[in-house]
Unconditional design. Structure first.
Length: 358
């Protein structure tokens, strides 16, 4: 069939060349016209939750009672960093009456503002040794927006609306709030600059981490091969069941999308033998029986760090699935929305002033 005048036709070789360019950039051509229900025509790799579970995290306990997770191998004398847990705080909003208080670090509707501020001071003291270290937070909205941060931002009445921030100013902590989403911390030991990113599935699809590395290159002259990164606790592939639309969205952006997803089957032998007893009317991805579609956001963000130019050995993964360990982490899914917030923090130590001799 001959093309009508004014229209363009592409040969198979030309389309193949275009696909090769997209693939090199980690992209695929738009899949317009294909409905989401066909996205699993090719079966995904199958697994059980136990096979996808990560090792249990071992928190560090500070002198003030706060329990937090350090980044393995990050022994830089100039750097502050860490991931909070729910243990060691003063909040009573998310614990039973006879339990110890929790370390809620977000201004949620159920908790008292002054209590949250006191919790933030406890975390700052645990990480930096000084409860007065300013903490800069964001109004997160699942975007790929990254903003510069300074000490003045810690006292802003209304924080910047973004999902990533960066600085080369010493003496403050950049903070990302999470309760299932993936926190990512990045440091540049050569330029002494740091950044923190909030990566839920929407932010991951929008390449928040990859674009954030690009912002560091522009702002600080950072070279990706010099950077180190840490991916913190979040909901793991063992628990993060999603719908078909999430797979379709990832497939529209990443050539390796299917490698991030698994079909997960419940490992309970009773459920496998008598599946009709456990049927529900819940939406796909939200039922306790398999198969369900699970996504690995930790691996997705690790791949973005690699695509941005970081060396594989420079990326640390701090284990801990927030839904698997509700006694250690806040989890939005595990608690059906009634939950506190954790913090991932990173900052540059202030240089100690040398004492002048009399």
């Amino acid at each position: 069939m001959r093309s009508s005048p004014g229209t363009k036709s592409f040969s198979a070789s030309a389309i193949k060349a275009i696909d090769a360019r997209f693939s090199k950039a980690g992209l695929v051509r738009s899949q317009r016209g294909q409905s989401a229900q066909h996205s699993r025509a090719v079966h995904l790799e199958r697994a059980t939750p136990e096979e996808l579970a990560s090792p249990d995290p071992i928190p560090r306990r500070a002198a003030n009672g706060v329990e937090w997770l350090p980044v393995p191998g990050w022994n830089f004398s100039w750097l502050w960093s860490g991931f909070s847990t729910r243990r060691g705080g003063l909040s009573r909003a998310y614990c039973v009456e006879d339990a110890h208080g929790t370390l809620n670090l977000g201004f949620t509707a159920a908790d008292d503002r002054e209590t949250v501020l006191a919790n933030q001071r406890l975390l700052a003291e645990a990480i930096t040794g000084d409860a007065g270290t300013p903490i800069v937070t964001l109004r997160q909205f699942h975007s790929n927006r990254v903003v510069p941060a300074s000490r003045a931002d810690a006292s802003r009445k209304l924080p910047h609306k973004a999902d990533g921030q960066m600085t080369d100013e010493p003496g403050l902590l950049l903070a990302i709030l999470t309760a299932d989403c993936i926190p990512v911390l990045v440091a540049d030991p050569r330029r002494r600059a740091v950044a923190a990113f909030h990566a839920g599935w929407r932010g991951t699809v929008k390449r928040i981490v990859e674009s954030g590395i690009g912002r560091m290159r522009l702002a600080f002259g950072s070279r990706p091969e010099d950077l180190v990164a840490a991916i913190g606790p979040g909901i793991g592939p063992c628990c993060y069941a999603v719908g078909e639309e999430v797979l379709s969205t990832f497939e529209a952006q990443f050539s390796y999308a299917r490698e991030l997803f698994r079909e997960v089957y419940d490992s309970d032998p009773v459920r496998r033998k008598y599946p009709m007893l456990f049927l529900t009317q819940r939406a796909p991805g939200h039922s306790p029986i398999g198969p369900s579609l699970h996504v690995d956001l930790i691996e997705a963000n690790r791949r973005q760090l690699l695509a941005a130019g970081l060396k594989p050995g420079a990326i640390q993964v701090v284990n801990g699935c927030t839904q698997c360990h509700p006694e250690l982490f806040f989890s939005h899914r595990a608690s059906h929305g009634h939950t506190g917030r954790m913090m991932a923090v990173i900052g540059i130590r202030e240089a100690r002033k040398s004492r002048s001799r009399p």
